[in-house]
Design a protein around this ligand. Structure first.
Ligand code: ES4
Ligand code: ZN
Length: 325
């Protein structure tokens, strides 16, 4: 068995995965045909070629319009099931996956159809050997009022949604903008996480806000703490997991952040590796393990520690964790 096979099959949890980011060209064409939606692209190659971007803004400009093919409850179900089949082939035993309800309700799709379609898939994922939960993300470039409205919509679906997240364009949309919504979410019993990934002045302040003001249970990306030993100490002390996405980072920030991830790993931070938007960034979670291992030069023992971290920082009881670690 070579290293790549070992890393692909290593049992792991995927904790940073946008289910809408798993829309492969073939499924996009199938859903467009099923829903009578006219696309500019007619072939898999043309859809592939349209998945073109070089930074976060240009990525998001491709990403949201592509979701228009998702219309019916069964479309959301089929999207998630296609992901689970690939995840199963990547050694994934558990996923806590993000979905973006506002990207659908803003197009007139009922909130219930989105949640019910995804939730039905998470139940059927058990047949593939995967335990799965949903994290509802708010779009940070939408208003706090819109986030608050969607949180209220989620209350009747409380049993189907484990946590709340925050994604989309981080620039000028700090965590503090959503402090009230997340405080209410915590009161309601949701787990909390937020994306912290900007490569510019302000990144450290955003991470400080998510830890101190929002009091998140995990941080998505968050590798910039490497610049700040005090934050590293706090993250270690609170045992906050970081959900890093090397292949995605190589597109959106032009760097896999392998050096930063390795430094944090060796300082004892609970870093994990994840795929973010695999249909767009050309690699599922196995590819992230394989490429990070090759680029960083860490040992296979250290890769096993990363996989172990993924179970340690996932949102299940210690008793349930015992079956994985
Ligand atoms: C995302 Cl790469 C990235 N960054 C921010 N928000 C997102 N939603 C989906 N992918
Ligand atoms: Zn993400």
């Amino acid at each position: 068995e070579n290293a790549a096979e070992f890393l692909l099959n290593l049992p792991k949890a995927e904790l940073h995965l946008h289910v809408e980011g798993t829309l492969e060209p073939d499924l996009k064409l199938e859903l467009a045909a099923r829903n009578n939606i006219e696309l500019d692209q007619k072939t898999i190659e043309e859809v592939q070629a349209s998945y073109q971007f070089n930074d976060l803004a240009s990525f998001l400009a491709v990403y949201y319009p592509a979701m228009n093919v998702l219309q019916k409850e069964e479309d959301f179900y089929d999207l998630a099931m296609a992901y689970f089949r690939r995840a199963a082939q990547n050694g994934v035993k558990r996923t806590e996956m993000f979905f973006d309800p506002q990207a659908h309700t803003s197009r007139g799709v009922p909130f219930a159809d989105v949640v019910n379609g995804y939730h039905r898939a998470t139940q059927d994922a058990a047949s593939l050997g995967i335990a799965s939960e949903l994290i509802m993300c708010f779009l940070r470039d939408f208003s706090a009022e819109s986030a608050a409205e969607h949180l209220e919509l989620a209350i009747p679906f409380k049993g189907k949604i484990l946590g709340l997240g925050l994604d989309s364009d981080e620039r000028n949309n700090p965590p503090a903008k959503f402090a009230d919504v997340f405080a209410r979410g915590r009161e309601l019993g949701f787990k909390l996480t937020m994306h912290c990934d900007i490569d510019q002045v302000g990144s450290i302040e955003h991470i400080r806000q998510v830890i101190e003001d929002i009091q998140v249970d995990r941080i998505d990306h968050g590798t910039n703490i490497v610049e700040n030993p005090e934050l590293v100490a706090v993250v270690k002390e609170k045992e906050l997991g970081l959900t890093c996405c090397p292949v995605s980072n190589s597109f959106v920030t032009e760097d896999m952040k392998a050096t930063e991830i390795t430094q944090l790993l060796r300082e004892g931070v609970k870093v994990t590796l994840n795929s973010d938007d695999p249909a767009y960034f050309g690699g599922y979670i196995g590819r992230n393990y394989i490429d990070y291992h090759a680029k960083s030069g860490v040992s296979l023992e250290e890769m096993v520690q990363i996989a172990k971290n993924s179970f340690e920082v996932c949102w299940i009881s210690d008793e349930e964790k015992a079956q994985y670690v």
